[in-house]
Design a protein around this ligand. Structure first.
Ligand code: FES
Length: 200
């Protein structure tokens, strides 16, 4: 977290902002990159979603401080900014791992064992869908369709599509990504405190 953001003071509602437990009234000036994004869109009608998209592209996710800056600069209620950011699946409100894994549970993948593939990723990584490994190497999420139904069951890791997966292939696949990034082997779920019991 950048220093100027850390200086923001938690307080109650600011004028023009709804009460939120994390509303900020004493925000330091926004980081330069964020100021430029806001300046580009400030006068646009319907600028909130484009701003959120640009902030996510720049920072990888949208933090609470980002939302507070956006609300202040666009003169929108903080609750509205949070509501939009949390409504759309395209927005991430927490940092993601270096490698994004999307496992398809759409109809074609579901009937061909997509849940078993998701379980295999979850078990091997020791995390539940929607979370990130402690070493920040992998984030795991389920999606509805990846547009490669003929290859079901399918998962994407970053921009690469992997089709006709089996649970046995998942471990080897993850090992190859870890080897490519020089990351350590995964911590067994029973030792990292995030057991994937529910996924077994
Ligand atoms: S249902 Fe899985 S890729 Fe379409």
């Amino acid at each position: 977290m950048q220093t100027h953001e850390a200086q923001a003071t938690k307080t109650s509602a600011a004028p023009g902002h709804e009460t939120q437990p994390w509303a900020f009234t004493h925000l330091a000036p926004a980081p330069e990159a964020l100021r430029k994004i806001l300046a580009r869109h400030r006068k646009e009608e319907g600028s909130l979603i484009p701003v959120l998209q640009e902030v996510q592209r720049r920072y990888g996710y949208i933090s609470r401080e980002h939302m507070a800056y956006i609300a202040r600069e666009l003169r929108r209620p903080l609750s509205e900014v949070f509501g939009v950011a949390s409504f759309y699946a395209q927005f991430y409100l927490a940092p993601r791992g270096k490698n994004m894994i999307r496992v398809c549970l759409g109809t074609a993948c579901h009937v061909r064992g997509g849940q078993k593939i998701l379980d295999a990723f979850s078990r091997t990584l020791g995390i539940q869908p929607g979370s990130t490994t402690p070493d920040k190497e992998f984030s795991l999420e389920r999606v509805a369709c990846l547009g490669a139904c003929g290859l079901a069951p399918v998962a994407m890791i970053n921009a690469e599509t992997h089709g006709r997966l089996t649970p046995e292939k998942v471990e080897a696949l993850l090992a190859s990504y870890r080897a490519a990034s020089g990351a350590a082997a995964p911590v067994p779920p029973e030792r990292n405190g995030q057991g994937a019991d529910a996924a077994r």
